[in-house]
Design a protein around this ligand. Structure first.
Ligand code: DAT
Ligand code: MG
Length: 151
């Protein structure tokens, strides 16, 4: 398996509810590596770029209003299988359907306030990382415990 990177964002509801450390902890304890992080309030135009695939959905405007309504913690996580396994850690889009043990299953109740975003595939991961981060904001390093995580 290849080392890969994914874009993860804690949305304004997750930040305001004080769930930043809880969410980071789940990725960190799994063995994934944090290579970029920042806090920002995205503009509505930026939110529209991020969610451009959903522009024809009825909830698009509310979704973009919401993402730009407060601070977001934007992150890039690295590891083997991190794109698809990150989605497993996050859980189903609708927290009513997310399994217990997942971030949304344990910590959210409704789809419009599901606290976290994660890239859904290799191409969106690339596109979203490029949208949210400059190359120099991402750090290449070897994690101290990598040999114990990967053997
Ligand atoms: P995900 O965030 O799991 O990748 P998505 O890309 O389909 O899900 O949608 C992006 C966000 O849009 C999602 O996290 C919450 C919101 N959303 C999706 N479906 C919705 C719906 N039916 N009603 C309201 N908001 C919705
Ligand atoms: Mg999505």
């Amino acid at each position: 398996a290849e080392l890969e990177r994914t874009f993860i964002a804690i949305k304004p509801d997750g930040v305001q509810r004080g769930l930043v450390a809880e969410i980071i902890s789940r990725f960190e304890r799994k063995g994934f590596k944090l290579v970029g992080i920042k806090v920002l309030i995205p503009s509505k135009e930026f939110a529209q770029k991020h969610y451009h695939d959903l522009k024809d959905r009825p909830f698009f405007n509310g979704l973009c209003e919401f993402l730009s309504s407060g601070p977001v913690v934007a992150m890039v996580w690295e590891g083997q299988g991190v794109i698809s396994y990150g989605r497993k850690l996050i859980g189903a889009t609708d927290p009513q359907k997310s399994e217990p043990g997942t971030i949304r299953g344990d910590l959210a109740v409704v789809v419009g306030r599901n606290i976290i975003h994660g890239s859904d595939g290799p191409q969106t991961a690339k596109d979203e990382i490029n949208l949210w981060f400059k190359p120099e904001e991402l750090v290449n390093y070897t994690g101290n415990s990598e040999k114990w995580i990967y053997g």
